[in-house]
Ligand binder design. Sequence first.
Ligand SMILES: NC(=O)c1ccc[n+]([C@@H]2O[C@H](COP(=O)([O-])OP(=O)(O)OC[C@H]3O[C@@H](n4cnc5c(N)ncnc54)[C@H](OP(=O)(O)O)[C@@H]3O)[C@@H](O)[C@H]2O)c1
Length: 345
Amino acid sequence: MDKPTVAVIGATGAVGQELLSLIALRAFPAKNIRAVASARSAGRTLRVGKNTWRVEALENFDFSDVDIAFFSAGGSISSEWVPRAAAAGALAVDNSNAFRMAPDVPLIVPQVNPEMAPSSWNGRIIANPNCSTIQLVRVLHPIQRLYGIKRIVVATYQAASGGGLRGIDELESDTRRVLAAEPTLPPRRFPAPLAFNAVPMVGDWLDDGCSLEERKLVRETRKIMGVPDLRLTATTVRVPVRNGHSEAVHVECERPVDVAEVTAALRAAPDMAVYGRDDDPPYPTPRMLGDRTKVHVGRIRRNPDAPSELWLWVVADNLWIGAALNAVQIAELVLARSSAEAVHA
Ligand SMILES: NC(=O)c1ccc[n+]([C@@H]2O[C@H](COP(=O)([O-])OP(=O)(O)OC[C@H]3O[C@@H](n4cnc5c(N)ncnc54)[C@H](OP(=O)(O)O)[C@@H]3O)[C@@H](O)[C@H]2O)c1
């Protein structure tokens, strides 16, 4: 196959700019890359790294020449435009919530369920999971294989960048105002002011008392791990961190766990950085994260009172691991599979 033409929808946003950056950094084999956003940004020059693009408006955009379309412009845009891109023959990799639970749409984390990737890409839709789900399943997968999992309890500590560019702006301006003892503005992107705070509601508040983010974590983890009745419960919290989601993960396993064995299995898992007490630093923190291409795991410990129960601290870059990098890795996986298929045909 010739090199694909790629379009990034939502190119001016937090995830879209990381997509453009990663396509260049990973030397993704693209013939042409088009940056697409709302009519507000049409004609604007967008600079990411050493490259510049003239932004095109989605409302006039023709997908017939596009081979791969990465969507990161929100759920309502995806609901309308992802099927159009697929109908025009493109592989549509969607970062929004719009298609994740659709039974006929694969929800893929390449390090966990690569077998779900199609071997031909024309007209296919693939959903990219929610940011907090991706880092969680990356860690649960090796533990499930070692011991089997009975139940998971998660608390998340989610960064402002999960709310896009407006989320980062709101955290920064609120922080400046508090430090300057100026009156703060009413929150817009988050349900409560984020500076020097912790907000236990990420996404809409649902009728059953959970938040939408908590529901996504449960449903998406079940789908990706192929365990429809997996017992998982979560509290998702927004914290005043610029970028990088953290999770405190409690796993009750089917059998007693051995911390050295868990540590070795996580070290052997793809793209994982594992920390112990003797390391420097001894555990990951979002502000000092280091390698953005890895999931970082520390504080691995057994509950002293329950030998089948494990605690872990998991940190990852939500814009890369949780969105743009996972999306690019999905496209790389599909391209590799379709090339292998063509060789065998
Ligand atoms: N941030 C994260 O950590 C994260 C992680 C996983 C998934 N996601 C998902 O990724 C998507 C984008 O999130 P984000 O954080 O990048 O948001 P963002 O920073 O607010 O960016 C939104 C992007 O969507 C574009 N857009 C808005 N309205 C549009 C329209 N009518 N037509 C075309 N483009 C339009 C914006 O273009 P303009 O600049 O022209 O307005 C901008 O490029 C969302 O679905 C989000 O749920 C985000």
